[in-house]
Design a protein around this ligand. Sequence first.
Ligand SMILES: [Ca+2]
Ligand SMILES: [Ca+2]
Length: 72
Amino acid sequence: MPDTNEYATTFAFVDADSDGRISAQEYADLMHRLGDSCTEDQALGAIKAMDEDGDGLITLDEFTAYMSDTRS
Ligand SMILES: [Ca+2]
Ligand SMILES: [Ca+2]
């Protein structure tokens, strides 16, 4: 698996409270930090696109799988 460490670094950056899961709130906060406007609906949509088990939170596995798919 290529660039796993790179994904883990990005994941840790987004996971503001370091609980190992990215929530829609954390995603929206990141977008705001980057200077983007991001509505709650947009954040939920982004989470839903990555969320494979449907629990509304993104694990590193789900994040890595999503990023790998996007690049290939
Ligand atoms: Ca978190
Ligand atoms: Ca999930």
